[in-house]
Design a protein around this ligand. Structure first.
Ligand code: MSP
Length: 507
């Protein structure tokens, strides 16, 4: 069983930001989920190195294009490493093999007479790297997504891919495969985009304007449009066209994307594939955006930009991973700020999970000779909390869709509340005082710590660093694959590891 998960490849005209961190972390969570289920995984993430805005960013820094791209590429890789994103393939579109494969794809489509050369007059947004229609612009004539970048009037000869011949087929594919694009709101949006005839897609840029790109195989005065080039990464990463192994991965490919790049992924890419005679990806999982507190767009001038590195330095990587996973919404925007992240870290991870672990484990070590005691007979309360823990974590042992992530984590937080109540009600600190209730105390400590072990095993998919540490403290055995919540895997009367505070409180 294979699973191939892709993130968008990010423009390198600036440093990695929270949007980049987000999609790559979600992809990593889904990867860890599939791995826990026993799948063989391929996760690709990386950078989109071509196009006008990258070219201009290098010029602005006064660097050679190659040095600039290398610098940014290292920067992105470092951030993903810090985020514990376990990518299997880091994409660079400047890679020779990628460039050759893209040119090959273009030539094959050209040979089918699906690419035409013509003059085009129109408005171009460098931010989107796209031609715009008047109707796409704001009242003052700018791109709604990149109002400060200033659209440009262009009058150029270019090469265009015929789109309209494939529109009906794509609509049919969406109708026949209702899960092909999720969530539903974006399926509807895509269907709407496809409800009217499609303009041909401009797939070239004259070298007179853009040099950073892949030369067209059939006309050396042009480079390939950056989106055509970038989308093809999903195939070239897995060895298309030469490597026979690519087909098995491609058949299981799921793209994670933000809502702003729905059109390239939902319209251009499938039609490029159809034109090239290739199958479509298995799935498109779309997410909405993060805004600053109060729903205000993040911007440097407002000062509400959340920098992933700053958050990691202040709160640790798992505070950020947790917040993104727990508070994301696939079909509506969500808010993020350092304050919100701190709050969710302190109250959810710290108070509800980390504190219970350190209280119960420290108590156990202090009162039972450094050990986890063996349980006695279970009461109805013990059985109830154990069942609740299994129920709440079962979802992490099943296939998770991007949009499901927050609900699965909510279930874990809810059961953590119940575990805290159980612990407070059973009051092991009272039970230890009498010889007659000592065994009951052992049971409560065992039930609490074994339940926490189940929770931590489930959380390995989301906050691997902290959950891994917790499992070490508990001296838990390796987890089995496929994973599912299983009680009583901690051995009674066994040594506990050193207990450290998992989520130290941050003001
Ligand atoms: N290079 C293209 C993608 C090519 S994929 C073949 C591109 N790059 S990008 O650097 O602009 O960023 C891409 C991703 O970042 C998108 O998925 C986008 O949705 C995401 N985000 C950018 N800002 C975001 C938020 N504020 N919130 C969440 N994700 C956001 O587009």
């Amino acid at each position: 069983m294979k699973s191939y998960i892709t993130t968008p490849i990010y423009y390198v005209n600036g440093s990695p930001h929270i949007g980049h961190a987000f999609t790559s972390v979600m992809a990593d969570i889904l990867k860890r989920n599939r791995e826990a289920l026993g799948y063989e995984l391929m996760l690709s993430t990386g950078v989109d190195e071509h196009g006008q805005k990258n070219q201009e960013a290098a010029e602005d820094k006064g660097m050679s294009v190659t040095d600039y791209l290398d610098m940014r590429c290292t920067e992105f890789r470092n951030v993903f490493d810090k985020l514990d994103v376990t990518y299997d393939y880091f994409v660079r579109t400047s890679r020779e093999g990628h460039k050759q494969a893209v040119a090959g794809m273009e030539q094959s489509i050209f040979d089918k007479d699906l690419i035409v050369k013509k003059n085009y007059t129109g408005i171009y947004c460098k931010g989107c790297e796209e031609f715009k229609k008047e109707s796409d612009l704001t009242e003052d004539g700018q791109c709604a997504l990149h109002p400060t970048m200033k659209v440009e009037q262009t009058d150029e000869t270019n090469y265009f891919l015929k789109m309209e011949p494939f529109r009906e087929r794509l609509l049919q594919h969406i109708a026949d495969n209702p899960d092909w694009i999720q969530p539903e709101a974006f399926r509807n949006e895509l269907t709407k985009m496809l409800s009217e005839p499609l303009d041909d897609l401009c797939i070239s840029r004259p070298k007179a304007r853009v040099t950073l790109g892949i030369e067209l195989p059939f006309d050396q005065d042009f480079v390939t449009y950056v989106w055509f080039d970038a989308l093809a990464n999903y195939l070239t990463n897995i060895g298309w066209p030469d490597d026979a192994g690519y087909e098995a991965w491609w058949a299981e490919c799921e793209h994670l994307i933000g809502k702003d790049i729905l059109k390239p992924h939902g319209v251009y890419w499938p039609i490029m594939l159809m034109a090239a005679g290739l199958p479509l990806p298995k799935k498109l999982s779309v997410h909405s955006h993060w805004t600053g507190a109060g729903g205000v767009k993040m911007s440097k001038s407002i000062g509400n930009v959340v920098d992933p590195i700053e958050v990691i330095e202040k709160l640790g990587v798992d505070a950020l991973r947790w917040y993104l996973a727990r508070h994301m919404r696939a079909d509506s925007d969500s808010q993020i700020s350092v304050e919100f992240i701190t709050q969710s870290y302190n109250t959810e991870l710290g108070n509800k999970i980390g504190n219970l672990l350190s209280r119960a484990a420290k108590f156990s070590k202090a009162r039972f000779d450094g050990k986890l005691p063996a349980p006695g007979a279970l009461t109805a309360e013990d059985e109830a909390i154990r069942k609740a823990v299994v129920d709440a974590t079962t979802g992490m042992g099943e296939w998770i869709n991007l949009a499901d992530i927050p609900a699965r984590l909510q279930a874990i937080i809810t059961v953590a509340d119940e575990m805290n109540n159980y612990f407070a009600e059973q009051a092991p600190w009272d039970l230890i005082k009498n010889e007659e209730t000592r065994e009951r105390c052992q049971t409560v400590i065992y039930v609490t710590l074994d339940s926490l072990r189940v929770v931590m095993e489930a959380l390995l998919q989301v906050i691997p660093g902290s959950a891994g540490k917790a499992l070490k403290m508990l001296n838990a055995p390796e987890i089995a694959t496929p994973w599912k919540p299983e009680l009583d895997r901690l051995k009674g009367d066994s040594d506990l590891g050193e207990i450290e505070t998992l989520f130290p409180r941050v003001q």
